[in-house]
Design a protein around this ligand. Structure first.
Ligand SMILES: [Zn+2]
Length: 133
């Protein structure tokens, strides 16, 4: 097992890499994130999960809404995928097209959001623009 410690504002967050079986690449859990081993070198994914940790602190008592509100979950994931997109494009990991295509599919398939692919794509494009890409 591998670990990476990163800061979410003033709080250290433990990122644990292991042989996890869940369908997404990782699971964010406030002070620790579980990430599949195969993503050990994916800084963009780590950034995505660390942003969830920041959301926990930023939204504080409202962060439980992630689990109960599709709207809130969509908002949270769009922000994280937008940051991941900006990082991956800036660092030449993936093209903007590859990011938008894959992440829109993930948004449709993994989060029980009841949105269609074209809608996910449009929302993600809009969100990415906020972060200057
Ligand atoms: Zn996420």
């Amino acid at each position: 097992m591998m670990f990476k410690i990163r800061m979410a504002y003033y709080f250290p967050v433990l990122n644990i890499y292991g042989d996890f079986k869940f369908k997404t690449g990782a699971k964010a859990r406030c002070f620790f994130n579980l990430i599949k081993n195969k993503y050990l070198d994916e800084e963009g994914l780590l950034l995505h999960e660390m942003n969830h940790s920041k959301q926990f602190f930023r939204f504080s008592r409202k962060s439980w809404l992630y689990h109960f509100s599709k709207k809130w979950r969509l908002k949270s994931e769009l922000e994280c995928y937008a940051l991941q997109t900006v990082y991956n494009v800036k660092n030449g990991v993936w093209s903007i097209g590859e990011c938008l295509t894959s992440y829109s599919e993930y948004l449709v398939d993994w989060y029980d959001l009841d949105i269609k692919y074209t809608e996910a794509m449009e929302l993600l494009k809009k969100e990415v623009k906020k972060y200057g890409s």
